[in-house]
Design a protein around this ligand. Structure first.
Ligand SMILES: Nc1nc2c(c(=O)[nH]1)N[C@H]1C(S)=C(S)[C@@H](COP(=O)(O)OP(=O)(O)OC[C@H]3O[C@@H](n4cnc5c(=O)[nH]c(N)nc54)[C@H](O)[C@@H]3O)O[C@H]1N2
Ligand SMILES: Nc1nc2c(c(=O)[nH]1)N[C@H]1C(S)=C(S)[C@@H](COP(=O)(O)OP(=O)(O)OC[C@H]3O[C@@H](n4cnc5c(=O)[nH]c(N)nc54)[C@H](O)[C@@H]3O)O[C@H]1N2
Ligand code: SF4
Ligand SMILES: [Mo]
Length: 766
């Protein structure tokens, strides 16, 4: 037991969101005394948000299971780890024997990318499962951006990042980084970065159906009709060509497809798209001219441009615009980070690669191609429901809550209840894991080491920071990667008592062997045994991380560059190591087969006809979009009292004109009906949303029978994803369409009223 009188100060990277803030945590024994922003942190310089403090409540949450749980009828019983794995070994292999590997689905949720165990052990775990039914939160989120980036630049994480600290003009579409703290843009404290941008004479323009906190900080906000971003972006491209403003600068020799883009943009003149976007043609022309004229400019799109019908087109057009204005791969424009560890565009031969291909497997029910080895999360319910060979009968969720985060929640919840067997590797007994037969709880975030392998590939500055665990784990609590290894052992037919140390050695040896065989590797041709020996005595994720750092672009190359990085060196710098601002990387960063930036990839070009057809469609009278709240993190932090106190955030934003027409006052209850379901929600009347658009936050809908989240149940809210549909997905990426959902809204007890389209002046929400 930790001595309660011993106080300690630890420095860790916050694992909760993509901003990756450095925190200073003081502890007394096993208790957290304080959590502050680490002022000496090389990257975040003391910044933090209200969620950082909740790490204390999360760590101490009495509802968080500390031992595995096995379902007995409607109740869960605490069992030992050995008993939990024995139960899995008893039930899972026979199910696979009888129905095949495709009968086991896996769903990986968002916290996996914030967790070294998930980042390094999910891949071998998925190989061990060997099923085509792999699902993740990526197809509820950024998959369209990854598809566009893969086609254009050659790897799924070659995503150029706006160089916000040096740009003169920032065009933001469908992102609210002042609340979300940034996504595909690791940049703590975006408020001050935006203020600094404006203070140096720069300009910020926000495109969002809502007047967000980010819009409030901007020079200009244009509310857009949800789903219309690709049209707007195409009209900007059109204007650049029409007015002779295309100037890719030094990129000119590195581009394929420029003339194709010109031809494709012809159909999207500002006047043609203005009614659909609800943005005036002269504003569109002016923004295009300003983008072209700015010495350095960056276009950035996020969730709003991604989780929609034209997500891949919009994501692609963002970087087309950056390229056409000469801002792609330029300081103050958008740049590719050079991560210290694990970057696919820093390994292999520079400048050329295999590019990306999709498939080969397809989903059983709809025949949709796999994207980067996974299938759309929106298909999980139908793959469970539809009988026949390959039907999903078992599910393993790891750090995911699809019951709330995936579309058509009612259908998915019903489907989850029919599974023959389910395992939840999760920190809570929640809306999803209540359906599990066995719940395996990983340690608290304060009991694990951390390194942001994913987000340093998406960061505004190159940095490397490693955190040791703040607290020791309970004696019998395995680390999350150890849980995964035991599952791998069971899936490999070794039973419940796999020697996980041996399995881990085997995995590490395989990784080292792949590395020494890799073309362009820092250790190509070296003796794997020598490398394995140099990694001793590390094991688990630290051994793999050390390997990645040492073979990475700043690494010591196992002796090649004695001044280079090792994990020991990074760990010895509690406030992190600054590796400098982003720098141009084209052509070296490219991994396309041509060695060029593909501005007009064939599958994307083929999808433009669908967008052209949308220009002719009438606009739905009312559409639903999502939003995020500062004191929240998707669905799973609502059991922490500090984050849920105060006003109910789960309200339906409704414009005053719509409210008047529908007879709905602030605080009244509205019934929202979509093709999927009907839900009654409290209304918040505000001029900060476009008329004809309503907004609900996602991640609510707690208080489900069987879940164990007492605080969340008292602040249950409504599940936005009961209203979203799983019928259509975005055709290139398989991403769910979570925004611009056609709905009707009515006052409860009254008939629905059709709303004529009409523009009203937008007033700020204060
Ligand atoms: N309508 C609508 N739906 C959306 C969105 C939207 O904007 N609108 N956003 C989408 C986006 S961007 C995302 S990323 C998804 C998120 O979708 P999910 O990842 O499915 O959902 P989360 O709410 O992040 O749930 C995370 C789960 O991980 C558990 N957990 C937390 N920490 C750990 C850990 O360290 N280890 C393990 N094993 N488990 C842990 C939590 O208890 C919770 O069950 O939701 C998507 N859904
Ligand atoms: N506080 C908090 N922070 C979070 C999360 C959280 O739940 N809470 N979740 C984390 C996760 S997983 C992610 S992926 C990131 C997401 O980070 P962001 O992308 O910044 O997410 P949002 O805050 O949802 O901002 C999306 C904006 O898009 C707007 N929008 C909706 N539809 C459209 C459209 O069709 N076009 C345009 N132009 N805009 C549209 C919405 O009004 C909203 O303001 O945030 C992360 N950080
Ligand atoms: S902004 Fe994100 S990383 Fe920073 S303290 Fe808040 S939750 Fe943690
Ligand atoms: Mo996300």
């Amino acid at each position: 037991m930790a001595d309660p009188t011993t106080t300690r100060t630890s420095y860790i990277t916050c694992p909760l969101c993509e901003a990756t803030c450095g925190l200073e945590i003081t502890t007394a024994g096993r208790a957290v005394r304080s959590i502050r922003g680490d002022r000496a942190d090389v990257f975040s310089h003391g910044y933090l948000c209200p969620k950082a403090h909740s790490l204390k409540e999360l760590d101490a949450d009495p509802d968080r299971p500390r031992a595995p749980l096995i379902r007995r009828g409607e109740r869960f019983e605490e069992v030992s780890w050995d008993a939990a794995f024995a139960e899995i070994a008893r039930r899972l292999p026979p199910l696979i024997q009888e129905h095949g590997r495709d009968a086991v689905a896996v769903y990986l949720g968002n916290p996996n990318v914030h967790n070294l165990s998930g980042l390094l052990y999910n891949t071998p775990f998925l190989h061990a499962v060997g099923s085509r039914n792999i699902y993740s939160a990526s197809t509820l989120d950024q998959m369209p951006k990854q598809v566009a980036a893969g086609f254009m630049f050659g790897t799924l994480l070659s995503i150029p990042i706006p160089d916000v600290d040096r740009t003169d003009y920032l065009l933001i579409l469908g992102a609210n980084p002042l609340v979300s703290n940034g996504s595909l843009l690791t940049a703590p404290n975006m408020r001050d970065r935006i203020r600094a941008l404006r203070a140096r004479g720069g300009r910020v323009v926000v495109i969002d159906p809502r007047r967000t906190r980010t819009a409030e900080e901007a020079d200009e906000h244009h509310p857009i009709q949800p789903g219309a971003d690709a049209l707007l972006l195409f009209a900007l491209v059109h204007t650049l060509f029409a007015e002779g403003l295309v100037n890719p600068g030094r990129l000119a020799g590195h581009l394929n497809g420029l003339e194709e883009v010109r031809a494709l943009a012809a159909a999207f003149a500002p006047e043609a798209v203005a009614p659909a976007c609800r943005i005036a043609a002269e504003d569109i022309r002016r923004i295009a001219r300003e983008l072209a004229a700015a010495p350095r400019a960056a276009v950035y799109g996020r969730i709003g441009t991604s989780t929609q019908e034209f997500g891949t087109l919009a994501s692609w057009l963002v970087d087309v615009l950056n390229a056409l204005t000469g801002n792609l791969d330029r300081e103050g424009g958008v740049l590719f980070p050079r991560a210290a560890a694990g970057g696919r565009n820093t390994t292999g031969e520079p400048g050329r690669g295999r590019g990306v291909r999709f498939g080969p497997k397809r989903s059983r029910v709809r025949g949709f191609h796999q994207v980067y080895g996974e299938l759309p999360a929106a298909f999980l319910a139908e793959e469970i429901e539809t009988p026949g060979a390959g039907q999903v009968r078992a599910l393993i969720t790891i750090g995911g809550n699809p019951a709330l985060s995936a579309p058509n929640g009612d259908r998915l919840n019903a489907a989850l209840a029919t599974l023959d067997f389910m395992i939840g590797v999760d920190v809570y007994l929640n809306e999803t894991t209540r359906h599990a037969n066995v719940i395996l709880p990983p340690p608290s975030p304060l009991e694990r080491a951390h390194y942001d392998l994913a987000f340093y590939q998406l960061s505004v500055r190159n940095v490397a920071r490693y955190s040791s665990p703040v607290f020791a784990r309970a004696a019998d609590q395995p680390e999350e990667w150890e849980i995964l290894l035991r599952l791998i052992g069971i899936l490999a037919g070794q039973g419940a008592d796999t020697d996980i140390a041996a399995l881990d050695d085997q995995l590490a040896a395989q990784t080292v062997e792949r590395e020494v065989r890799g073309k362009g590797s820092r250790v190509a041709g070296r003796d794997p045994a020598e490398i394995m020996a140099a990694l001793r005595p590390r094991r688990g994720p630290e051994r793999l991380l050390d390997l990645l750092l040492r073979t990475g672009p700043y690494g010591d190359g196992f002796g090649a560059d004695p001044d280079g990085l090792t994990l020991a060196k990074v760990a010895a710098a509690p406030h992190g190591i600054d590796l400098g601002p982003l720098q141009p990387r084209i052509p070296e960063v490219l991994r396309t087969p041509s060695g060029k930036i593909e501005l007009a990839p064939e599958p994307i070009v083929a999808d433009v006809a669908r967008l052209r057809a949308a220009l002719e469609r009438p606009r739905p009278a009312m559409v639903l979009i999502g939003r995020r709240d500062l004191r929240s993190n998707n669905s799973w932090m609502h059991n922490l009292p500090a984050l849920v106190k105060g006003d109910d955030p789960c309200t339906l934003w409704l414009h005053p004109d719509d409210a008047a027409r529908l007879g709905l006052a602030d605080g009244a209850t509205a019934r929202v009906t979509s093709s999927a379901a009907s839900a009654d929600v409290p209304v918040h009347v505000t001029a900060a949303i476009l008329p004809g658009v309503v907004s609900l936050p996602h991640g609510w809908g707690h208080g489900q029978p069987g879940a164990r989240m007492g605080v969340a149940a008292e602040h249950a809210g409504v599940n936005l994803n009961r209203l979203t549909s799983d019928v259509a997905v975005e055709p290139l990426s398989g991403n769910a369409i979570l925004n611009a959902v056609p709905v009707t809204v009515e006052a409860v007890g009254k008939a629905a009223v059709a709303i004529p389209g009409g523009a009203t002046e937008m007033v700020a929400e204060t």
